[in-house]
Design a binder for this molecule. Structure first.
Ligand code: P6P
Length: 339
């Protein structure tokens, strides 16, 4: 009988990795884990209760908010507020940062960027959705919190993770010392270590992109898609196309099986669709920590200096060999747009 290690036990055991930590980050990760269990309960019974469908409101992206989007947002913010370790939250569901100025959080030193329920358009059709989060340390503790402290590069993350609400519910996170995956055991209500030291295969045969946008893609991306479809058994082509339309699910599959997820610029999304702060940066941190790569076609995602809270970026993320092949096609055919 293998020993069950819960998320809480693991976090405490790994606290020794941070000699100066006084437990705040451990408690913050615990708070996120608790909220994830509460959200999971509602995601799992969506359809049985009146929590499906539209909430009748829109977020800053102008996207219709689903009731479960708003519910998940409320649960994570409430857990962070009561946990007392986080001083400000940047959420996809809110135009501006939420400053948690309670007596328990006033001197908190952590900043959380979060997409409370990514892929929510899939909720009503019972496809996996996820939560994605990034954790940063304050750069000017004690002073008034400024937006500049939130707009830190992805390289400054102290931790990042995601929860995938799928056939099972998993929490996968990194604190910069590898990636570990925990599966929720509903019988005991605990996330248990199920995927220690996750590593993404260096190469793969799965490419993941919304080919419905083919005509809107840059030429280099079109060329890469055609490259994937060429019959060449010695290079394991044609590759397999898999696209769920839920970034957490697509990236999680590639983390386990190998592959590359692509969301390029398109004519309708000239900066890309996915958000830097709470989708691309956290997933890039995790995939790099698992031995993979994440770029915008030219730059490492984690090196991008954010200018705005909800800014978007193209992203190519996954097995190193596949991401580098995508970069090869892109750089061959396009002039760097940031020149
Ligand atoms: P498209 C979900 O809305 C999301 O933000 C990501 O989870 C997903 O990868 C992407 O958008 C899907 O976008 O344009 O292919 O529907």
């Amino acid at each position: 009988m293998t020993k069950v290690i819960t998320l809480g036990q693991f976090i405490i055991e790994k606290q020794a990795d941070f000699p100066y930590a006084k437990g705040e980050l451990s408690r913050l990760l615990r708070d996120i884990g608790i909220a994830a269990k509460i959200v999971n309960r509602e995601v799992n019974k969506a359809g049985l209760v009146d929590i499906l469908g539209d909430n009748g409101t829109t977020n800053i992206q102008g996207e219709g908010q689903k009731k479960l989007d708003v519910y998940a947002d409320e649960q994570f913010i409430s857990a962070l507020r009561s946990g007392g370790e986080c001083c400000v939250v940047a959420s996809e569901e809110h135009d501006d940062c939420i400053f948690i100025d309670s007596h328990v959080s006033r001197n908190a030193k952590y900043i959380v960027c979060i997409d409370p329920l990514d892929g929510s358009s899939n909720i009503d059709v019972n496809v996996s959705v996820g939560t994605i989060f990034s954790i940063y340390r304050r750069t000017d503790p004690g002073g008034p919190i400024r937006l500049e402290e939130v707009l830190q590069k992805g390289t400054q993350q102290v931790a990042a993770g995601y929860v995938i609400y799928g056939s099972s519910t998993m929490l996968v996170y990194t604190t910069g010392k590898g990636v570990n995956g925990f599966t929720l055991d509903p019988s005991i209500g605990e996330f248990c270590l199920s995927h220690p030291n996750m590593r993404i295969p260096l190469d793969g045969t799965i490419y993941s992109i919304n080919e419905g946008n083919y005509v809107k893609f840059p030429q280099g991306v079109k060329d890469y898609i055609k490259y994937c479809q060429v019959e060449e058994p010695e290079t394991n082509r044609p590759f397999t196309s898999r696209y769920i339309g839920s970034m957490v699910a697509d990236v999680h599959r590639n983390l386990i099986k190998g592959g590359v997820f692509l969301y390029p610029t398109t004519s309708s999304h000239p900066q890309g669709k996915l958000r830097l702060m709470y989708e691309c940066n956290p997933l890039a941190f995790i995939i790099e920590q698992a031995g993979g790569k994440a770029t915008d076609g030219w730059r490492r995602i984690l090196d991008i200096q954010p200018q705005e809270l909800h800014e978007r970026t193209p992203i190519f993320i996954g097995s190193i060999a596949m991401v580098e092949k995508v970069e090869e096609f892109i750089q061959l055919k396009t002039v760097a747009y940031f020149q």
